[in-house]
Structures are given as structure tokens and as C-alpha cells.
Design a protein around this ligand. Structure first.
Ligand SMILES: *Cc1c(COP(=O)(O)O)cnc(C)c1O
Length: 432
């Protein structure tokens, strides 16, 4: 589908993004005005879109003992975290740095869970001192170290063990995490023994079980399969005398980037809860860790067209956003729709690769797109709320983009554009 077809067929993403009076808007804000006022590249997020994505989960889990922990690696900007903290979310963190971000926005530490295969002792100490809700442990060796660190601090660490259900989420290999051969979690066959080991360690208290099978999942079936596998383990672990207080089903629900049709969060949870009830576990405390599905379609990245470069084999549209701002195409061959902020009438347009200024052939944002734009025009890269700014780098000494949060009529600058001086601040020249 070309981007022009996408334009007439409706844009992928949240309903808060739409053309009005010939200009792309996010909520009440004209993206043309924001691009002119704040410069480009510029990320703009809709608070209403985030809250309505969250509401779909809240609706799906209504009436249950459930906790939603936003997987903040998807977008860890403070202004975004604030939205979720104020809405009562917990957070799924993967580093001590992310813990400090939750503290900075005043998030509830009891609702923080700490995931990741490589937690350091220092990070464990930091999280124990902050009194987080649960450690999602990913290996037997990590259990031993966590118990030791907790005992040395005179504390007991609440733990859940991430089990690997060996379910194929049918997504990109780099974002599928629940298959044998992934580095994540412990094998299904070993889980019971590892739970018994955990229960024997003096510095730990077993509280739950968790899994996370991948990202950008657009099917309900892998979730149901994973749930069955996890519930089989809950049965055998509890039969061995180890009570499981909560079950954490991870994140991973996909969004519509192009012609993706993931289930809505409430529909997905209706199906999952039916299975959970049928198997007699509907009264357990439930936790989920959505990331992308809460923020991905709530954000856009605005860029300016710098040059059009027609070629014998390919045409290029060179914009001022690049792989350092939008790393997903280079990393996962991912698709982002790219549309003009103010569509032009009467310009023929051309099929082109949309690329950035970075000195790498991998620096492309979109391939074979039909665009009718001229230098100086602004384009919007859609579905840019998740895994863009949080993965942004300074490659080519490019400062990271500015970020805005739109809330109805209000526009809040939540991150200033990074300068070269900001980037050099922690560097030192060798003294002569
Ligand atoms: C990344 C991650 C998530 C969130 O995944 P999304 O696809 O963004 O929903 C949840 N849990 C864990 C353990 C993760 O690593």
C-alpha cells in the first residue's frame, strides 16, 4: 500500500491523529504549527491516545485483581511516565536507570517489577532499597545472587521466575522471546526444580510466575498457548507446596503500523480471562506488562524534507530525521507510514526511499514510498511513540530530537532538543 492510499484509507494509528483543514493534527494541535514552532526532527505524543490505549486494558481486566505495569523501555521519557503514573499504572523496568526515572516521576515503588537477564548486584541493591514490588528473575544463577544480596541487606526479595513457554509468537526473530534458544527465562521443563530451589533460598520469597513471549504480536493464539503452558506450571508448582500469588502474562500486543490487525486489548483479555476462568485461576492476582501497545500509536515524528534526489535506479527523499531518531527500520526492517503534514494538490509525486542524513546505507526510514513533497515540506512518520526515542542515539553527533506532549489544547515541551554541548558534557580531553 502506498502512503497515498494509506492517506485516503485512513491513517494507521490512534484516532487522535487526523487531517483537518488540509493539515495533519494530533488532538487539537496542528502538526504544521508545531514543526515550525519547535523545529524538526520532533516527536509529538497525544496524552488522550495513551490514556485510551490504557483504558482498553482497564476495560478488559475490569472486576479482576489486576495490575498494569507499563513496560517503560518502549518510551521512558519523564513526561510520558508521568501520564501512566498519574493513571495508577505500575512500571516494568529493566535497569537501575529506569528505576531512577520512576522515582523521578514519583511512581509507586510497590507497583514496580524488575525484568531482565542481566541485573547487576548494584541494581539489585538499588531496587531492594527502593522496596520494589517484585523481581522477575530469569535464571537460576540470578536467584542465588539476589538471595545473597538481599540477605546482606537484611531484606527478603519478592521474586517471580520468568518461564519460557516455548511458544512461537510469529513476529520478527529479534522481538520473539519465548522460544527455546532465546536468552530469556527458564525452560518449561526446568521450572519446577528452579522454583523449589528458589523456595529454599533464605533471602527470597516466591510470589509469582511470569512470561513474555515477544513483541508486536498480532494474534490471540500464541497468548492462549502461553497461558496454558504457564497454568500447567502453576498447577505443578503449587502441588509441590509453593503458593503462587500472582501470574504475570507479560506484554507484547502489537499495534497497526501498516495493515496489521492485532486484537484490541479488551477483546484479547476477554478471551484470556475466559481461558483463565475455565481452568480455575480467575481469582489470582494478574499482572501485565504492555509497552508498545500503550504508546506506539500515540506518537509521531515530524521531519523536514531537505532534498529530493532522483536517480537512475532509485529516487531518494532525504529528510532531517534519521536512523538515530527512528532506529526500527534499520534494526528490524520495520515499517512506519510516512505522510505529508500538509498534502499538496497538483504535485505529481514520485516513488522514493525516504532516508536520513546519517552516513550508513542502513539509514532508511521507508522504502519505495509514493510521496508528493518538495524541499521544505514537513512529513510525519507515524506510529513513532514506541521504541523510537527510547532507542535513539547520538550517532554522527546528532542531538536527540525534542519531544512534545499534546493534551487537548495544551502543548507541553517534555524534552528539549539536545545540543552538541549536551553531548560533550561528560567527555574529557587528555591533559597535555
Ligand atoms: C519489552 C518487554 C515488555 C513489553 O513489550 P511490548 O511488546 O512493548 O509490549 C514486557 N515485558 C518484558 C519482560 C519485556 O522485555
Amino acid at each position: 500500500m502506498t502512503d497515498h492510499a494509506a492517506l485516503s484509507a485512513g491513517l494507521p494509528g490512534a484516532p487522535q491523529i487526523a487531517y483537518r483543514n488540509g493539515t495533519l493534527h494530533l488532538e487539537q494541535a496542528s502538526l504544521a504549527a508545531l514543526a515550525s514552532d519547535y523545529g524538526t526532527p520532533l516527536f509529538v505524543y497525544s496524552k488522550a491516545a495513551m490514556l485510551s490505549a490504557l483504558a482498553a486494558y482497564q476495560k478488559g481486566l475490569a472486576g479482576r485483581d489486576a495490575q498494569i505495569c507499563y513496560a517503560m523501555k518502549a518510551n521512558s521519557s519523564l513526561g510520558v511516565l508521568q501520564v501512566f503514573a498519574e493513571a495508577g499504572c505500575g512500571f516494568d523496568i529493566v535497569s537501575g536507570g529506569e528505576l531512577e526515572r520512576v522515582q523521578a516521576v514519583g511512581g509507586d515503588m510497590r507497583k514496580v517489577i524488575f525484568s531482565g537477564v542481566g541485573k547487576t548486584r548494584a541494581e539489585m541493591q538499588q531496587a531492594l532499597a527502593a522496596d520494589i514490588g517484585c523481581f522477575n528473575v530469569e535464571s537460576e544463577a540470578e536467584l542465588d545472587v539476589l538471595s545473597e544480596v538481599a540477605l546482606a541487606m537484611g531484606r527478603i526479595a519478592p521474586v517471580s521466575i520468568r518461564v519460557n513457554p516455548n511458544v512461537d509468537p510469529k513476529t520478527h526473530p529479534y522481538i520473539s522471546t519465548g522460544l527455546k534458544g532465546n536468552k530469556f527465562g527458564v525452560a518449561h521443563e526446568e521450572a519446577l526444580r528452579i522454583y523449589q530451589h528458589a523456595a529454599s533460598l533464605k533471602g527470597l520469597r516466591v510470589t509469582g510466575i511470569d512470561c513474555h513471549i515477544g513483541s508486536q504480536i498480532t494474534d490471540t493464539t500464541p497468548y492462549l498457548d502461553a497461558m496454558d503452558r504457564v497454568l500447567d506450571l502453576v498447577a505443578s508448582i503449587e502441588a509441590a507446596g509453593i503458593p503462587i500469588e500472582h501470574i504475570d502474562f507479560g506484554g507484547g500486543l502489537g499495534i497497526n503500523y501498516e495493515q496489521d490487525t492485532p486484537p484490541a486489548a479488551d477483546a484479547l483479555w476477554q478471551a484470556l480471562l475466559a481461558r483463565l476462568d475455565a481452568r480455575g485461576y480467575g481469582r489470582k492476582k494478574l499482572m501485565i506488562e504492555p509497552g508498545r501497545s500503550l504508546v506506539g500509536n500515540a506518537g509521531v515524528c515530524l521531519a523536514e524534507v531537505l532534498y529530493l534526489k532522483p536517480g537512475e535506479h532509485k529516487n531518494f527523499c532525504i529528510i532531517d530525521a534519521a536512523m538515530n531518531d527512528l532506529p526500527r527500520p534499520a534494526m528490524y526492517q520495520a515499517f512506519h507510514a510516512i505522510v505529508p503534514v500538509v498534502p499538496r494538490d497538483g504535485l505529481p509525486g514520485m516513488t522514493c526511499d525516504v532516508v536520513g542524513p546519517v552516513c550508513e546505507s542502513g539509514d532508511w526510514i521507508g522504502r519505495d514510498r509514493h510521496l508528493a513533497v518538495a524541499p521544505g515540506d514537513h512529513v510525519a512518520v507515524l506510529s513513532a511513540g514506541a521504541y523510537c526515542m527510547s532507542m535513539a542515539s547520538n550517532y554522527n553527533t546528532r542531538g536527540r530530537a525534542a519531544e512534545l506532549l499534546v493534551d487537548g489544547l495544551a502543548v507541553h515541551l517534555i524534552r528539549e532538543r539536545e545540543s552538541a554541548a549536551d553531548q560533550m558534557r561528560t567527555e574529557k580531553m587528555v591533559r597535555r
